[in-house]
Design a protein. Structure first.
Ligand SMILES: *Cc1c(COP(=O)(O)O)cnc(C)c1O
Length: 465
């Protein structure tokens, strides 16, 4: 499989190349040249198979030419057979006649990002060992990505990971999930600044092409194609469990950077019978506004009960834009150029029509999020985290009319957002047994000023301080 850039001016790469590169050198994002197609019989053959076996069927065409079938199978068996603490890996829970939750939080850091990052760490190891190279990962996190990336990369021989978080601005559970990992190849950096400052520092590292090449920098945020690819799998396993391909399903997806729901859009493009894909946002509603008005424009980010979705620029939207614009890199360059200059652009009418044909969207503010958490708890006894509650609320508003099952992605375990759960439901979720001692573990992190030179100097010194 070949991958091409959404801006049409970077060289095409194979799966190995895009995994190690992250962002394309023309500033675009990599997408597969074409989507593999699954027939009804292909999809039917997934019935009764383990998560790892379906993952093999779904991913094999995407990695063909870069990873052998034997190696892929071994990596998937290890990832999905051992790192997740539920025998079904991604279990479905029924909340109503046609209402389902897909629990994606049984991995090591209790959020859906483990599905991709546990595997990405293995791909990094596989390719760097083969090339005899080292990789340096520099990332920024407002919470869930950092811990999932660190868990995926800890102890790997050829990978150093530097993870930036805004000092004092992530929850105690989220910080400790990162800073109590003491492997020598992991460096946690608390930046004296905000999450946006952290992201800007990372961006500056990547835009410094000399530094990028010198250090072998790569990305672990969802601009990395391998992350999106890994997330396609649970759309297949869940739809098949509920009767696909002989029955249609719909999804509601708590959305920030547009990676998770974009994986659902790809699953549909590969032949999975998905009726509706609902984008569920909090008050940071750039995507909901775009569907309503046809204008993609940033606004001030506000802090909400669902911090992992407090994002005003949805990076992966560029991948969709490429499709909406007939896969013409020139259109995407034009849109993104306007975005750079004016912080927004208007979609062409035919592009907007395609967007509206593929998605519905709605926003849920803090009050409605708490209310949804409370109501589902009262009605079913189910404790949803605030991100999941936003998905449930949008499913209630936009899906679930008629007999099509509505599946909401449960993206995090409620314990990660204990304060919001306590306020809404009046109970304190417990840490799972494997993390019960999280608050007793030793922490290690360094503090750096919000300054690119200090960061680059630190990264150059390597992982061991
Ligand atoms: C990252 C995250 C999201 C948003 O996912 P995107 O792929 O960025 O749209 C939603 N919920 C939780 C709990 C997350 O960690």
């Amino acid at each position: 499989m070949k991958y091409i850039s959404t801006r049409g001016q970077a060289e095409a790469l194979d799966f190995e190349g895009v995994t190690l590169t992250g962002l394309a050198r023309d500033g675009g994002l990599y997408v597969p040249e074409s989507l593999p197609q699954f027939s009804g019989d292909d999809i039917r053959s997934m019935r009764g198979k383990s998560y790892a076996d379906v993952a093999f069927q779904v991913m094999q065409p995407f990695v063909a030419g870069s990873v052998s079938d034997v190696d892929l199978k071994a990596m998937l068996d290890k990832t999905y057979g051992t790192a997740f603490r539920h025998p079904a890996t991604a279990p479905l829970v029924q909340l109503g006649t046609n209402d389902w939750l897909l629990e994606l939080f049984h991995g090591p850091t209790l959020a859906f990002k483990d599905f991709a990052l546990q595997l990405l760490g293995r791909f990094f190891d596989h390719f760097t060992a083969k090339r005899g190279q080292r990789l340096t990962i520099v990332g920024a996190t407002s919470g869930d990505t950092g811990s999932a990336a660190i868990e995926g990369c800890r102890g790997r021989d050829h990978v150093n990971i530097f993870m930036l978080h805004p000092k004092g601005l992530v929850s105690d559970v989220q910080r400790r999930q990162m800073t109590t990992v003491l492997d020598a190849n992991v460096v946690n950096i608390a930046v004296e600044g905000t999450f946006d400052d952290c992201q800007a520092l990372v961006k500056s590292c990547f835009n410094d092409l000399a530094f990028r090449d010198e250090m072998g920098l790569t990305a672990v945020n969802s601009i990395n194609w391998a992350r999106v690819m890994a997330q396609i799998v649970y759309y297949f396993t869940s739809a098949v469990s509920l009767g696909a391909p002989d029955r249609t399903v719909s999804y509601s997806v708590p959305t920030g950077n547009f990676g998770d729901i974009f994986a659902g859009y790809l699953a549909k493009g590969m032949g999975l019978p998905i009726e509706t894909l609902a984008i569920a946002t909090n008050s940071n509603d750039i995507l909901a506004r775009t569907l309503e008005t046809g204008r993609y424009a940033t606004a001030e980010a506000v802090a909400t009960l669902s911090p992992s979705m407090d994002i005003q620029v949805s990076s992966n939207f560029e991948r969709l834009l490429f499709d909406l614009a007939g896969r013409e890199g020139a259109h995407v360059r034009d849109y993104m150029g306007q975005f750079q200059e004016n912080a927004g652009f208007d979609l062409r009418a035919d592009h907007l029509a395609k967007l509206r044909a593929s998605f519905v969207a709605d926003r849920v503010d803090n009050a409605a999020t708490s209310k949804a958490m409370r109501e589902y708890y009262d009605a079913t006894g189910y404790v949803a985290d605030p991100h999941t509650a936003i998905g449930l609320e949008v499913a209630r508003r936009k899906l679930g009319k008629g007999s099509t099952p509505a599946i909401t992605l449960a993206t995090a375990h409620p314990v990660k957002f204990g304060a919001a759960v306590e306020d809404a439901c009046g109970l304190t979720p417990n840490l799972p047994a494997h993390m019960a001692d999280l608050f007793d573990r030793e922490e290690r992190f360094e503090i750096l000023p919000n300054d690119i030179q200090s960061l680059q100097d630190r990264v150059r010194r390597g992982a061991v301080a």
